[in-house]
Design a protein around this ligand. Sequence first.
Ligand SMILES: C[S@@+](CC[C@H](N)C(=O)[O-])C[C@H]1O[C@@H](n2cnc3c(N)ncnc32)[C@H](O)[C@@H]1O
Length: 314
Amino acid sequence: MSTIRISEDLKNLLYSLPEIDVESLLESYRKPMRQSIRVNTLKAKEEDIVSMLREKGVELEKIPWTRYGYWVVNNVNVASMLEHVLGLVYIQGAISMAPVEVLSPKPGELVLDLCAAPGSKTTQIAQILQGEGVIVANDVNAKRIRALSSNVQRCGIINCIITQADGRKFPLWAKSFFDKVLVDAPCTSLGIVSKDWGAAKNWSFRASERLSKLQLSLAISGFDCLKASGTMVYATCTLSPQENEWVIEHLIMSRPNARLESIKLEGLKMNKGLLEWQHKKFNPEVERCVRVYPYEHEAEGFFIVKITKEGEGS
Ligand SMILES: C[S@@+](CC[C@H](N)C(=O)[O-])C[C@H]1O[C@@H](n2cnc3c(N)ncnc32)[C@H](O)[C@@H]1O
């Protein structure tokens, strides 16, 4: 098996995490993740797409925690198939489908995806909205917005507005406006190292701390864009408490009307948010956050938290 290089800082981080199985994690980093897809019911019926793929030799198994999600059990490269080009399927990590299930958008709602490119979750939200309601899909990066735009088009979505802005400024024009907000924040990517070994080789406490300030501003901005009683999901694909529990602790400190909700998803192994890390104690509510480790499903690692906005004001 190939050898993966991990930075000294990352070694120190991993051994500081109370519950993680470091050996299993490092082994998962060396292996490719299981392939998974979402069938796009905006283009055709789920059963028709599934039988089309099965006829072409793709072996599929339902993913229990998400609608329309399937594991590809055999070694077929779905990315090179016509069904992918036509937008009948979207290649998306199995755990990456969980945050949108937690957000649970409903047809007719106004949804903001604050950090949207390249659009896995935007297209998933659009599928659940079934053409009713509007998604504002925002990202700061022009190059990544091109990929977002092409994915939105490929999936046949007509109710999505794409914006290019720094997400931290969104409350200037959309304060208390949205029913649902997703903040899938930029992060140090320790949940997807098997796709990008550089994330492990270059990982540093300093970079993680710097990023956590941006993440907190984005989380606060997303929260301020929520209507009263609205729901926000904050997610990262990293394991560092600095970018996860620390951000949420500071969000609830600066926005006392933010409530953390418990998360239930069938069949997904979920670990509670950490209450303590490196002598820092977090608010007990932070336990409601969910951590998923890459070795638990041979898929990505994720941190997910569901937040509701109580009453008026922000
Ligand atoms: C984890 S990725 C989002 C993945 C996307 N949600 C998906 O499921 O396909 C984080 C994104 O945040 C964007 N980003 C970074 N800083 C931002 C900012 N200040 N405002 C808005 N987006 C930002 C990055 O360009 C990147 O596309």
